[in-house]
Structures are given as C-alpha cells and as structure tokens.
Design a protein around this ligand. Sequence first.
Ligand SMILES: Cc1cc2nc3c(=O)[nH]c(=O)nc-3n(C[C@H](O)[C@H](O)[C@H](O)COP(=O)(O)O)c2cc1C
Length: 374
Amino acid sequence: MQTEFCKQLGIDVPIFAFTHCRDVVVAVSKAGGIGVLGAVGFSPAKLKEELDWIDAHIGDHIYGVDTAIPQKYEGMDKTSPEELVAMLQDAIPQQHREFVSKLLSDAGVPEWPDQDDEVSLSFSAVQAQLLVDEALTRPKCRMIVNALGTPPDDIIKQVHDSGRLIGALAGRLKHGINHKKAGLDFIVCQGSEGGGHAGEVTSMILWPQMVDAVAPLPVLAAGGIGNGRQILAAMSMGVAGVWMGSMWLNSEEANAEPAQRESYMKATSEDTVRSRSFTGKTARMLKNEWTEAWERADTPDPLPMPLQGYLTFDAVRRTHRYAGSGDCQKVAFNPIGQVVGQINTVESCRDIVFRLLNEYSEALDHVNAITPQG
Ligand SMILES: Cc1cc2nc3c(=O)[nH]c(=O)nc-3n(C[C@H](O)[C@H](O)[C@H](O)COP(=O)(O)O)c2cc1C
C-alpha cells in the first residue's frame, strides 16, 4: 500500500494523522504512517516545547506541522501583536460577551483560575510566521500544512527552499485548484462529514472531483475515514493517502479528558453538527446546548472569523480544563466528524494503524473475490 507520495516522504503506509497531541504524532509515525501536529492556537514557546519532546521521542521517523497561515495584508507589519489583540477585542459586541458569559455560568463552568490576559493570536499572519520558522528548524519535520486557505507566496517559497513539502486543506474544488496554482505540493481534500472546518460537499463526491481537478498533484482523502473499508473506497478514487483526525481523539495516547471520551463513545453519527459558533466558520462538532443556543432566532449570530474565536477562546479553555465538572460538556467545544459513530472503544494508535491495514486487505480480498478474473 506504499504510494508514490509515501515514497517521496519516506514513510511505509499512506496514513496521515492530524492531531493536537504529541504522543499521537510519535505513535503514528512509529507505526509507519505520519503524525501531523496541529499547532493552531499554540504560542511559539508552546510549539517549541512540543517539538522538542517529539524530536526526543520519535527516533528516525518524520512528522509534519499544521497551522493556519492567512494571506498577508497591506500594513500588517505596522500593527504590533498587542495592538492587534486590542483591535480585535474592541470589535466584539458587548451583547455577544454577555451571551457567552451566561451560557458558561448557566452550565456551572468554573472561571479560569489565573487572571492572565492571555489571548491566542492564532489565525494571525504574525503568529503563523513564527510557528513556521520554529517548525523549519527541525530536520525531522518534513511537511507544513495550512489549515485554512492558500498560504502566502513567501511562506511557500520559504518551505520549498528548506527542502520540505507544503500542502493545504480544501473543502471545495475551487480551493484545491487555487492551492495548485500557488504551487503547493499536495492537497488535503476534506468532505463535509469530517471533524473541524468542513464544507458542504461530502467526501464521496468531493474526493474524485478533486483528484481529477488538480492532477497530477497528490490528494489526501479526509473526512469520514475510520476503518479499512473506507480507506479502500478512498484509494479506489485515486487519492495518494488518507488524512484522519477524529479517530485519534479517543486513542490511548490522546490527552482527552474522561468526560470527553464518554461523549465520543456515546455519540452516534447523527450527533454532530456543522456550526459557526466557536470559530466563525462552519466546523463539525458534537451537538450540545452551546451549538443549539447559537442557532436560535432570539440569540446573536456568530461573528466572522477570527472574531468569534477571540470571543470563545476563554470558553474553549475553561470547558476543556473543567471537562468533567458540572454541565461542562453541555457547552464544551468537541470538534469531531460523523465517524464518531464508529468510535466504541479505546485503542492504541499502533493498534488503530494495524487494524486499518488489516481491514483494508480484507476489503480488497472481498472486492477481488467478486470481480471476474481474466
Ligand atoms: C478535533 C479536531 C480539530 C481539528 N483542527 C484542525 C486544525 O487545526 N487544522 C487542520 O488543518 N485541520 C483540523 N481538523 C481537521 C482534520 O485535519 C481532518 O481533516 C479531519 O479530522 C478529517 O476528517 P475526520 O475527522 O472524519 O477524520 C480538525 C479535526 C478535528 C477532529
């Protein structure tokens, strides 16, 4: 199952694991695939700490780093990070702040303990540049992936000059075509059923269209993959590998809280929704009272990205930190795809990779057995 793209990277199997957890990165890369660390929301210091740990534990294997690298705009160099935070904070209406604060207090979510003013600058070009610079100091980091949109030309050049590959997610055909025009090396094509930011078109429809539209660029199939039968379906459409996010969230190595794990195991594939309520762009997550509250006619509309993210930054960190207390899960941010309905047990990442490969072979045998030979 080693595709040309695997050979180009030097990995054994075309399984790409998107994760925020360094232990998952290491475990999947050691199992023959490749772990890609999601660094959106990390400060440069935090990314350095995580990459130091990965470099010390991953042996001779390689990994990738994913972040959100927005296009640059006129005058951005003149705005300091502090000024940027102040501008964004000023742009958030009081009505929205009060609405969020009521949702959290009604669910009994404890306050953040330290009265720090930390605000994540994720989704800013300033922060993204620092994260890319840090990743490129690491010889074992072999790919940079952009979560949203086509990265700016100078970052594409910087990554290429360093001898690495750069790709980006695409939930619509036109995004993939733009990525190709900009000179990216591969496309991660995410169908609507996937966890996190997701468009409207489902994987079954989008993957083959993308493969044709950006050929000969390698396409990685994302959105809705949790077993080997789904991998075979994707590979049959001409993709160069599979990019999975949801399945690692309940793995042994994941740093999920017990209450989160319980939510994943209880949920069926009908229990997710695409909602703008956390980041301002449609992302798939577990349905709960928070997502429902933002849908009602008498409540404020989510703000555009990145404002909604600044508004909900504190809610996300508090509901994560106190995941098991009170009714936190009713208002927690749990991005995950429809494949959550296939998560019924806790497995190690190594077992997940081996199970996927076995199931893939069995499915292939099945297809061969029903296909007339000669
Ligand atoms: C918890 C979670 C967070 C995600 N955050 C990001 C992100 O920061 N950057 C990104 O490129 N993709 C992100 N995604 C999308 C994944 O990279 C991947 O495309 C998606 O999970 C694939 O679909 P699946 O969930 O059905 O496996 C996230 C997905 C999940 C489940």
